[in-house]
Ligand binder design. Structure first.
Ligand SMILES: [Zn+2]
Length: 219
């Protein structure tokens, strides 16, 4: 059994955002927890936060109770958090809860994992407030949108469905991969992305591990 908390995970497949647990020793995953879920005692890396679909008038209280847990080393990111214009959640509340969580991430200096649907202008408006790296997960936008977000400093995570052109143009130093809630393995995603990018899986492994170390480790 490899110790995933230490720096002994060369050549591992990194799943930057998933809702599933895995027992695969070759996979290093950031498992997403909902704010009210009990904190697992199991070894592993986690992200925690309030999804824009789940915002309510209780969100700020929930976040207040979450604060003391955020310095925990197993929580490596705040997420998934963000903005979703298609969701029924109150828009004003979404913005307020997103802002609070960005500030919480700033306070503990941990990156954020973003869910964004049809709200990229608004997301760009929040960028100035973000003091830690921000990964847009499940990105499916067109190349032009990726470029403006890239210029603003965002990172991108690609899952089962992606725009092939966008993926090809995404700089390697801004790239992550994920399974999210898909019924697939992260190895399959690496394979699909390697084919689309016409590169070796081992190249992706190297790049993503470098990115991971740069923004997730040692915070
Ligand atoms: Zn997700």
């Amino acid at each position: 059994m490899r110790n995933k908390q230490n720096d002994l995970y060369f050549n591992m497949f990194i799943d930057i955002h998933t809702h599933n647990t895995t027992d695969d020793d070759n996979v290093l995953a950031i498992i997403n927890l909902k704010c009210h879920e009990p904190f697992p005692t199991k070894e592993g890396l986690y992200s925690v936060g309030i999804h824009p679909w789940d915002v309510s008038e209780h969100s700020q209280t929930e976040l207040f109770s979450l604060c003391p847990h955020l310095p925990n080393k197993q929580i490596v990111a705040i997420g998934e958090i963000g903005l979703d214009k298609i969701s029924d959640s109150d828009w004003t509340l979404q913005n307020a809860v997103f802002e609070t969580q960005i500030k919480m991430a700033n306070a503990v200096q941990k990156p954020i994992i973003i869910h964004c649907v049809k709200a990229y202008n608004e997301l760009l408006g929040f960028k100035g407030l973000m003091e830690t790296p921000a990964i847009i997960h499940g990105f499916r936008g067109k190349p032009q949108l990726m470029k403006s977000l890239c210029n603003a400093g965002f990172y991108f995570s690609y899952g089962q469905k992606f725009n092939e052109e966008t993926l090809k143009e995404t700089p390697a130093d801004r790239l992550f991969l994920e399974t999210d809630d898909a019924n697939t393995t992260i190895q399959t995603i690496y394979q699909q992305v390697a084919e689309a990018k016409r590169c070796e899986v081992s190249f992706l492994e190297q790049m993503i591990e470098t990115n991971f170390r740069k923004i997730i480790q040692q915070r």
